[in-house]
Design a protein around this ligand. Sequence first.
Ligand code: GRG
Length: 291
Amino acid sequence: MKEIIKERAAQIDKALNEYLPSRDNPQSVIYDAMRYSLFAGGKRLRPLLMLETAKMCGGDENEIIPFACSMEMIHTYSLIHDDLPAMDNDDLRRGKPTSHIKFGEAIAILAGDALLNKAFEIVSEYNGANPQRTIKAISVLANSSGTEGMIGGQIVDIESEGHTISSDKLEYLHSLKTGAIIRSSCVIGALLSDATDEKINAVDEFAKNLGIAFQIQDDILDVTGTEDELGKPIGSDAEENKNTYVSLFGLEKSKELSALYSGKAKDALSVFGDKAEFLSQLTDYLINRKK
Ligand code: GRG
């Protein structure tokens, strides 16, 4: 498992490096800032999910590297902006000073914006075998990172700070903030592999539950992890009065919930038989992760 994760990360890193070289021009600092956050050591989980879903659906995962890179750029942009003083005001991310600490706020904002633009530039130039599916995949990418997806979840999160919300609202918040691009990573992998609607729906159900399980583990790690392991401060959720699975349900119940959702995720893969082995194992690996 760890070997495959490492190999996939190296494959993505190589492609990202080609898509985003340093440049010697008057605005060179923007490439430096984009690369700084992009290569700060993320797990490359979303590209991994996209590529492995494509493989499970019988597609050629190497064909969809551009989409996988775009997804990682969008994810990285969201982290840069999330760390800004106007949002979470964090100084450390992926074990390194956050973008605004290193480059200042203006460049950090622009680096996030530029990563988002670059992501859509890359996929709009994609020349896949099925143009209709490509357009659909671009629409899924845009939707999941926008107001009905990640940005929507971030809004609900910001507006929920400082008061306790219901468990339904917490699930709604996380299914958008964290879940939406995990879901679209998998759905795009299926779409671009010409999967049937039945298989796309199964993949969607898998990813929906995985996203929640992943977030619960993230909340657990914010309490039980170490700054060294996580590469970011721990206890920040409680400090910022954030609603989390741990604050709402406590640690033990959160662990049970994470097992429940990951079980549902794995069940959704049954239609794929043996081909689902890797994603099923990855689900267990992610809910037991330490970082
Ligand atoms: C600012 C538009 C905007 C959105 C911000 C995704 C997000 C919304 C904020 C990031 C903060 C956070 C803790 C989100 C929960 C999702 C999550 C666990 C992100 C971290 O993903 P990993 O663990 O990170 O895959 P790496 O660094 O490994 O890529």
